[in-house]
Structure formats: structure tokens, C-alpha cells
Design a protein around this ligand. Structure first.
Ligand code: AMP
Ligand code: ZN
Length: 464
């Protein structure tokens, strides 16, 4: 079955052709871990998760790599300002390493809560400094760099197709501000590969390099790590739309300069989650909402996932609590339907109907990840008067391989208060070696329909 994806590089929806049959390599730009992820960032990771799941559903073997940016990303994507990690450490009175560990952990937990499959490789920039130095040396050996003011710069005048990803024109007015901001740049779009001068004195993270002690520019990490794990040519690179003009443009320039050939075949970008007055949700604008804030307001993280799937990844999405309520209600209705299906007669499995509906679903997700259409197919199945429960459940299970809404999970059982109280009393009795009382309580708990299992440090209660 064919797969179509919109490639930012060609600005077209194209039929996907993998470099190797039945295998796909995907690299996703990960979070800069100087703060919590906001729900806008998380849109980027639900998007790459759907992409990966779509390939798995189409029987591809997927290798998915995501980085963690823990050094070198300055407050402007354009090499200006302060290292975001350093700013984060100062804000919280902690060391940079504490900040990095804390927010990486929080980010991975958010991903888990959203049922995002953990990428096969999650790699930290600071653990790949040698790979970056090696790549910069290659770029240097190929004649694409210069040193000015102590920093190593990439010389964009050496390549003809620098702006090919964004369609940027090099003679734009806006370019002028860039040279003014950094007098060492020869050309407005040049960027730093290795810093030794800039904010060097106070920078907490420093490494030795052939160009002196310092730290890497932001873009080089993604080129070095993606190629290390996926090869010097790979299939797909993803990220948010803001990465097109600078970060990804620079990644392409430096990688192709290092390798001497084309690098990534498909560039896929998600549009923004916006908030309020058409404002991009962003950490630096201070208007950000965390996944945990939604949980505190009574939403399940998967309600947010459902909400995101309701829009195409290439369309801007305006966040609102009303839309979250609608998503939560939809998820409740889906679950109620599924519980009903499970509780009633399964009926006969209809393979023809299964194939037909599964095909409709596949057509939707293989068409540039059309998740709104895919959800419509799910609803058609759930609302059908003709399909048997068995067929419906099989289809739901199949669709959920891509949707990742955990639709067939058993609902968590609420254990009645009195059962918990009896279990606590029983634990006390066991600790006091009062076996008789413990046995009586076990029987009473069983009468309520629960089974108690003793564990090393306590117990577990299950419905019997
Ligand atoms: P950063 O930590 O800034 O590198 O961002 C992590 C990811 O989130 C990148 O892929 C960004 O492009 C993406 N991103 C940032 N803000 C938003 C937003 N408001 N909506 C969707 N994606 C975003
Ligand atoms: Zn990146």
C-alpha cells in the first residue's frame, strides 16, 4: 500500500520511497531541556509518534532516533543570547546538569503519559561531543569553515542551495540584522559550529577541541547524532515548523558539506499549537501550558492526544478548554461504546467488512497522516448497526496501533474504601503475627469480590 507524505524540501505531497526496502529511519529533533515541555512542544512528539506508528502498521521496521538538547541552544535560534540551559540553571539556582536531568526525566514522563512509543534511541548532545568535533573537522577539511573571534563558523557563501528547505532568498533585508548582531560573521546566514569566545568565560559546560576549549553550536548536534545512528543518508527528519528557516536549513548545509552528498530524503514539519490571540505557545513567551496542568484540571493525557489527532498535523491548531472538553467527552463516548461491545454478544467475525473498514482507515493514515479522517472511520465502526461486536473490537484494536489512544485498555478498577480498610487491618494483623485475624479478613475481602495477595512490603488487591 502506498504512503504519501508532504515533503518540506520539495513542497509537495510525495509517494514515500524508503532507502531500504521495508525499513525506515526517522530522526526527530527533541526538546531543549531547560524547562518543562509545553503542550505545543508535545504536539511535535505526538506527530512523530503517529508517523512512526503509521509505518509500523504498514509493516515497516522503524528505527526512530530522538535527541535531547542539553547544550548550545542559545536564546535566539540564530546564535545570539545566552545558552538556554545556563539561563535555566540560574533561574532555579541549580547546576546545569541538575536542570538537564530533571527536565529530561519530566519530558520522558510526559511522552509516556501521551502513549508515545519511546524512540529506539534517545541521545543527549553532551554525550556526543566527540562525534560533533569529528563532524566539524570533516566540514573544515572540506573547506566550508572559517575561524573568527575564536569561533568556528560555517561559511554559507560556499554553497549554492543554502535556503533550499525554506525557499529563503539570501539577499533579504531581514538578513542584515544578523551580521550586525555578530561582527565576526562574514555572511548574514553563517552560523557557529563551535564556540570558544562567545559567553565562554562563564559557560559551565566546556570541552577541549582542536579549536580550543568551548562548546558546540546548536545545529551540529542533530547532524552528528542522526548520522551516527541512522547513517549518512536516511529517510525522514521531523520537527516543528519553526525549525525550517534556521535549524534544519543549517543542519542540511553542514551535513551535505561534511558528507559531500544529499543527506535526508523527506523533511516533515508539524504546524504550531497556538493560544489566545494567534500567539505561538512558547516557553520564552511565558504563555505555556504543561500536560500536568491539564491533568490537574481533570483531563486524561490521552484526551489531549485525541484532541491533537482531530486536526491535521500541517494545520495550525488553536488551543481552548472548550475543545479539550469536547475531546474528553469524545473519549468517554468511545470508551463507553467499547465497554458495551465487550459486555455484549461478540457475534461473528466478518473478514470482508474488516478488510473494507481497515482499508478505509489505511487510506486515511497513509495519505499524509490524515488523522481527522482516520478518527471518522473509527466512529463509523463504533456507530455501525451492521458490524458485529467481534468485528468492531478487532477493527478498534487495529486502528489503535496508529492512534495510540489505548482504547482497549481495561478501565482501572476503583477498589471500594471498605476493602482497602480491611486490607490495611489485615496487614497490621500479619505484622503482629495474628494469623487468625488475617485469615478472617481475607475471607471478608473475598466476600466483597476481591482477592488479596501478600507482597514483600505489603499487599496487592485484585478483583477475583
Ligand atoms: P525546542 O525545545 O524549542 O527545540 O522545541 C521542541 C519541539 O517543539 C520542536 O520540534 C519545535 O519546533 C516544537 N514546537 C515549539 N513550539 C511549538 C508549538 N507552539 N506548537 C507545536 N510545536 C512546537
Ligand atoms: Zn535538531
Amino acid at each position: 500500500m502506498e504512503i504519501f507524505l508532504t515533503n518540506t524540501l520539495t513542497k509537495k505531497k510525495e509517494r514515500f520511497k524508503p532507502l531500504n526496502p521495508d525499513r525506515v529511519g526517522i530522526y526527530t529533533c527533541g526538546l531543549t531541556v531547560y524547562n518543562y515541555a509545553h503542550i505545543g512542544n508535545l504536539r511535535a512528539y505526538v506527530f512523530s509518534d503517529i508517523l512512526k506508528r503509521m509505518f509500523l502498521y504498514n509493516d515497516y521496521a522503524v528505527k526512530h532516533v530522538m535527541n535531547i538538547t542539553d547544550v548550545g541552544h542559545l536564546t535566539s535560534d540564530d546564535d545570539e543570547g545566552e545558552d538556554k540551559l545556563e539561563a535555566g540553571a540560574r533561574r532555579e539556582g541549580k547546576s546545569v546538569w541538575e536542570i538537564v536531568d530533571f527536565y529530561t526525566d519530566a519530558f520522558l514522563k510526559d511522552m509516556e503519559a501521551l502513549n508515545i512509543i519511546r524512540p529506539d534511541i534517545v541521545c543527549r548532545a553532551t554525550e556526543h561531543i566527540d562525534d560533533m568535533i569529528e563532524m566539524i573537522s570533516r566540514i573544515e577539511a572540506n573547506g566550508y569553515t572559517y575561524i573568527a573571534g575564536g569561533n568556528v563558523y560555517f561559511d554559507t557563501s560556499k554553497i549554492d542551495d543554502y535556503g533550499k528547505l525554506s525557499g529563503l532568498k539570501r539577499n533579504e533585508e531581514s538578513a542584515r540584522s544578523r551580521v550586525e548582531a555578530d561582527p565576526y560573521k562574514k555572511n548574514p546566514f553563517d552560523f557557529v559550529l563551535w564556540f570558544t569566545r562567545y559567553k565562554y568565560e562563564s559557560h559551565a559546560m566546556q570541552w577541549d577541541s582542536p579549536w580550543g576549549r568551548g562548546f558546540p553550536g546548536w545545529h551540529i548536534e542533530c547532524s552528528a547524532m542522526s548520522s551516527k545512528y541512522l547513517g549518512e543518508r536516511f529517510d525522514i527528519h521531523t520537527g516543528g515548523i519553526d525549525h525550517v528557516p534556521i535549524h534544519h536549513t543549517n543542519e542540511i548545509a553542514q551535513s551535505e558539506a561534511a558528507f559531500g552528498h544529499d543527506w535526508v530524503n523527506y523533511w516533515l514539519h508539524n504546524e504550531f499549537l497556538i493560544i489566545g490571540n494567534n500567539e505561538k505557545m512558547s516557553k520564552s513567551l511565558g504563555n505555556f501550558i504543561r500536560l500536568q496542568s491539564l491533568v490537574d484540571q481533570g483531563y486524561n493525557p490521552l484526551d489531549y492526544r485525541y484532541y491533537l489527532l482531530g486536526a491535521h498535523y500541517r494545520k495550525q491548531l488553536a488551543f481552548s478548554i472548550e475543545a479539550m472538553d469536547a475531546a474528553r467527552n469524545a473519549m468517554k463516548r468511545v470508551r463507553a461504546k467499547i465497554n458495551e461491545m465487550k459486555a455484549n454478544e461478540p457475534g461473528k467475525f466478518d473478514s470482508t467488512a474488516f478488510e473494507k473498514m481497515n482499508n478505509d482507515f489505511r487510506n486515511a493514515v497513509n495519505d499524509d497522516l490524515n488523522t481527522p479522517k482516520a478518527l471518522a472511520v473509527l466512529w463509523k465502526v463504533l456507530d455501525s448497526d451492521t458490524l458485529s461486536n467481534e468485528t468492531k473490537l478487532s477493527l478498534t484494536k487495529e486502528f489503535d496501533r496508529v492512534l495510540g489512544l489505548d482504547l482497549l485498555a481495561e478501565e482501572p478498577q476503583e477498589i471500594p474504601r471498605e476493602v482497602i480498610t480491611m486490607a490495611e487491618e489485615r496487614l497490621e494483623a500479619r505484622r503482629a503475627r495474628n494469623w487468625k485475624k488475617a485469615d478472617t479478613l481475607r475471607e471478608k475481602i473475598a466476600e466483597q469480590g476481591y482477592e488479596i495477595m501478600d507482597k514483600k512490603d505489603g499487599y496487592e488487591i485484585r478483583r477475583s
